[in-house]
Design a protein around this ligand. Structure first.
Ligand code: IVH
Length: 686
C-alpha cells in the first residue's frame, strides 16, 4: 500500500498540472505553437486523473479531467439566446462587396475609403454560443432557429480549444462568446479511415461530421471526434471590458483563452475588402479546414450600433461567398475504366455542370461497394462536389428525385476494352479484367507505370506518346520499347527527329537500372516501391523472387499473405515470365544486390527529429535510427512514419499532428531504441 500524501503538496501538484495542461492547450490552439508533445500531455493528464481519483474532494468542474465524463443525455434542453443569433447577408461577387462598402459609408455619412473593416474567413462549420459566469463555462448551445437553440454543454466541454475557465486573473463577470465548431481536413480523414476500417458509415464532408458529432447524446463520442472551436463574436460582456473595435475585442478574446482566426485582417474601404476576398480565395486551398467565404465586418463598434440591423441580419456585416463547391446534376451513364492491374473503376458520366468555376462532366464512383453505399442509379439526381484539385466526387443521391426510368448500375461481365471476362476475386471489392497485357487499356497503363520516374524513369516517354505507340501496335510489351528506332519514331505526328533521338538515348540510359526498380516497374498488384525494395534486399536475385513460394514471400518483412499471393500469382503466369525474359534479352540489366544486409526493423520508414533533445544529440539519435534501417528526413509529410519531438518543437510537430503522424517524445524514443537495438545495430550506429 502506498502511503497517502499530505493534502498541501497534492493541492500544489494538482494546480501545477492543471496550469500545465491549460497552457499546453493555449499554446496549441490559440498561439498555434505547440509546447509539449502529445505523449507528454497524456502523461500529465493521467497523473492529474490519478491524483483526483485519490482525492475526489479536490475535483473541480473546470479541471481538464472534466472535459469528458458526463453521462449520456436523454435529449438536449432548449436554450433561449439572450441575444439572438442572426445570420448574414451574402455577397457573391466584387460588385456586391463594393455596394456593401458604399451603403455603409452612406449611412455613416462618411467617405468610403475611411471606413475600417475587420475581415475574417467564413468557417464552414456550425455556430455555437458559450456563456461564462465569473470566468467559468456554464453553458454551450447551438444556434437553432436563432432565438432558441439546444444546450450541448457537455459535448462542447470536450473540445480542448474551448477554455473551461477563462485565462488570467481579471476576467469579466459575464461573457457570451460565439464562434464556429468545425473539423479539420486531416481530422476528418482520420475519422473516416477509422470508420472504414471498422466497416461503419463514413461522413460525406467535415461539416456533416462536425454536425453529427455535436448531436451525440453521449459526450464520450463527441470527445473522440477531432472538433475545434474558433471564436468570432462577443454577444455579451461586462461594460468594463468593452473595446472600441471588433478587432480589439478579438484580441481580448485571445487573452482570455480563445482561438481566433489567424487570418483576421483590418482593411480600408471597398478596395481593401475586395483584396481580402481575393486573398482568402487563394488561401483557401492551403488551409486544413473548409471555409466557404469571408466575413466582412465594420470594425468600429459605435459605428456597428449606429448601423443596426435589418430583419435578421446586421447592416454592419456581410458574408462574401465563394462559388459553391457542390452542385446538383444527373448521372447520364456509367462507364468502366480499366486500370494498370485490370481493375475496373466505375465512372459516372454527368450532365455537365459548373462547380466552383469548372465544368464537371465525370466523377469517379470508386467501386461497386461505393455505388451500393450511395445507392446510385443511372438517371439519378446527385450532389457533386469539387474541392481543390481532387477528382469530383458524388456526395449523395437525392433519393426523392429518382425518376421511374432510373437504372441499376451493373458491373459488366466482359471488359469494355478487350472483351476478356471480368473477375471479382474472393471478397475483394474490386473487379478486374482478366486480359492482362492482352488488354490494350492495361497495356497502356502498365507501360506508363513501367516508364514512370520511380520505375525505369524513361525520360520523354509521356502518356500521349504511349497511347500512340500502343494504338499503332508498335509496342505491345515493355520490351518492345527498347526495340524502337529513332527513324520510325520520327514518323509519329508532332515528333521531331531530335525528340526521337532523345527518346532513344533515354531508353538506352534506362536499360541500366536496379533490381528494386525493375521489380517495381513490373507493376505487380499491391507491390509498391517499399515492397519492391524489400524483395530485392531479401532475395538479392530476380529468379529467386520469381521462384519463391508463398511461404518464402510471407517471410519477407512487411509482406502479408495478400501481397504474397499477388506476387506469387504474378510470377506463376507464363506470359509475365516471358515478358521478363524478353526484357533481359533486349539488354535491361542491373547491378547485383549486396546480399547479407539483414532486414532492419525500420527499413522503408522515414522519421523526423524536431526540437531539442536532452539525453541524445541530434546526430546520435539520427545515427541510431539509421542503424535500424530508417531514413531520417528534415520535413514532415503524409509518408512520415514518426516524429520525435523534443523541447520547443514547433511547426513540424504541428504538421505531424495535423497529418495524424505518430509523435513520440525523447523518453519514448529511448524506450523504442532499447527495445529494437541489437548489439550489432548499436555498434554500427556508434
Ligand atoms: S459573424 C450577426 N464571423 O456564418 C452574425 N460568422 O450567416 C454574426 N460564420 O451562422 C456572425 N465564420 O456560423 C461570423 N468569422 C465569422 C464566421 C461566421 C463563419 C458563420 C456563422 C453564421 C453564419 C452567418
Amino acid at each position: 500500500m502506498c502511503a497517502r500524501k499530505s493534502a498541501a503538496p497534492v493541492t500544489d501538484e494538482i494546480s501545477t498540472l492543471r496550469a500545465q495542461l491549460e497552457n499546453a492547450n493555449y499554446r496549441y490552439y490559440v498561439e498555434d505553437a505547440p509546447g509539449i508533445p502529445d505523449v507528454e500531455y497524456d502523461r500529465l493528464l493521467r497523473r492529474l486523473q490519478e491524483l483526483e481519483a485519490e482525492h475526489p474532494e479536490l475535483v473541480t468542474a473546470d479541471s481538464p479531467t472534466q472535459r469528458v465524463g458526463a453521462p449520456p443525455a436523454e435529449g438536449f434542453p432548449e436554450v433561449r439566446h439572450a441575444v439572438a443569433m442572426l445570420s448574414l447577408d451574402n455577397a457573391f461577387d466584387e460588385q456586391e462587396v463594393r455596394a456593401f462598402a458604399r451603403r455603409v459609408a452612406e449611412r455613416l455619412e462618411t467617405d468610403e475609403q475611411s471606413v475600417l473593416f475587420c475581415c475574417e474567413p467564413k468557417l464552414d462549420g456550425l455556430a455555437v454560443s458559450l456563456v461564462y459566469d465569473n470566468g467559468v463555462l456554464v453553458q454551450g448551445a447551438t444556434r437553432g432557429d436563432g432565438r432558441t437553440g439546444e444546450g450541448i454543454t457537455a459535448n462542447l466541454r470536450t473540445l480542448r480549444s474551448i477554455p473551461l475557465r477563462l485565462r488570467g486573473e481579471n476576467v469579466p463577470g459575464l461573457l457570451e462568446v460565439r464562434g464556429e465548431v468545425y473539423m479539420s481536413h486531416s481530422g476528418f480523414e482520420k475519422l473516416n479511415d477509422e470508420a472504414r476500417t471498422r466497416g461503419s458509415k463514413v461522413f460525406a464532408n467535415p461539416r456533416n461530421a462536425a454536425a453529427g458529432s455535436l448531436r451525440q447524446l453521449d459526450p464520450g463520442i463527441a470527445a473522440a471526434r477531432p472538433l475545434e472551436f474558433c471564436a468570432y463574436q462577443v454577444a455579451r460582456i461586462d461594460d468594463d471590458y468593452l473595446k472600441p473595435s471588433h478587432s480589439a475585442l478579438m484580441r481580448e478574446l485571445r487573452e482570455l483563452g480563445f482561438r481566433t482566426s489567424p487570418e483576421i485582417d483590418v482593411v480600408t474601404g471597398a478596395d481593401g475588402l475586395v483584396d481580402f476576398c481575393d486573398r482568402m480565395g487563394k488561401r483557401r486551398e492551403g488551409l486544413d479546414y473548409d471555409i466557404d467565404g469571408a466575413v466582412l465586418k465594420v470594425d468600429d463598434l459605435r459605428a456597428q450600433r449606429e448601423l443596426g440591423f435589418v430583419s435578421r441580419a446586421p447592416r454592419w456585416a456581410m458574408a462574401f461567398k465563394f462559388p459553391a463547391q457542390e452542385q446538383t446534376t444527373v448521372i447520364r451513364d456509367v462507364t468502366f475504366q480499366v486500370g494498370r492491374t485490370g481493375r475496373l473503376t466505375p465512372v459516372a458520366r454527368l450532365e455537365p455542370v459548373q462547380v466552383a468555376g469548372v465544368t464537371v462532366s465525370n466523377a469517379t464512383l470508386h467501386n461497386m461497394d461505393e455505388i451500393q453505399r450511395l445507392d446510385a442509379r443511372i438517371n439519378d439526381t446527385v450532389i457533386v462536389r469539387r474541392a481543390g484539385d481532387v477528382i469530383p466526387q458524388i456526395v449523395s443521391v437525392i433519393q426523392d428525385a429518382r425518376p421511374e426510368d432510373a437504372r441499376v448500375i451493373e458491373m459488366p461481365a466482359q471488359c469494355p476494352v478487350c472483351d476478356s471476362s471480368v473477375e471479382r476475386v474472393g471478397d475483394e471489392v474490386d473487379a478486374r479484367c482478366s486480359g492482362g497485357l492482352f488488354c490494350p487499356a492495361q497495356r497502356k497503363e502498365a507501360l506508363k507505370h513501367f516508364a514512370s520516374r520511380r520505375a525505369l524513369d524513361i525520360d520523354g516517354l509521356g502518356t500521349k506518346l504511349i497511347d500512340a505507340l500502343v494504338e499503332r501496335e508498335w509496342v505491345k510489351t515493355p520490351a518492345d520499347l527498347f526495340r524502337l528506332e529513332a527513324e520510325r519514331l520520327a514518323e509519329l505526328p508532332r515528333m521531331a527527329q531530335k525528340s526521337a533521338d532523345n527518346l532513344v538515348a533515354s531508353l538506352e540510359r534506362s536499360r541500366h537500372t536496379t533490381l528494386a526498380r525493375f521489380i517495381y516497374a513490373l507493376g505487380i498488384p499491391e507491390v509498391g516501391e517499399a515492397t519492391a525494395n524489400a524483395l530485392a534486399q531479401h532475395f538479392g536475385e530476380l529468379h529467386r523472387v520469381m521462384d519463391a513460394s508463398q511461404e518464402a514471400l510471407e517471410a519477407v518483412a512487411d509482406i502479408g499473405p495478400v501481397v504474397a499471393s499477388h506476387i506469387h500469382s504474378f510470377f506463376a503466369e507464363a506470359h509475365n515470365r516471358e515478358t521478363i525474359e524478353d526484357l533481359i534479352r533486349v539488354g535491361v540489366d542491373w547491378e547485383e544486390v549486396e546480399l547479407g544486409e539483414r532486414e532492419q526493423p525500420l527499413t522503408g520508414q522515414t522519421w523526423v527529429l524536431t526540437g531539442a533533445l536532452e539525453a541524445l544529440t541530434r546526430d546520435e539519435a539520427k545515427a541510431r535510427l539509421v542503424a535500424l534501417g530508417a531514413k531520417v528526413s528534415g520535413s514532415v509529410s503524409k509518408k512520415t512514419h514518426a516524429v520525435v519531438a523534443g523541447d520547443a518543437a514547433g511547426s513540424k510537430l504541428e504538421k505531424a499532428r495535423q497529418l495524424g503522424v505518430t509523435v513520440m517524445d525523447e523518453p519514448a524514443l529511448l524506450a523504442f531504441l532499447g527495445e529494437h537495438e541489437t548489439p550489432d545495430s548499436s555498434e554500427s550506429a556508434s
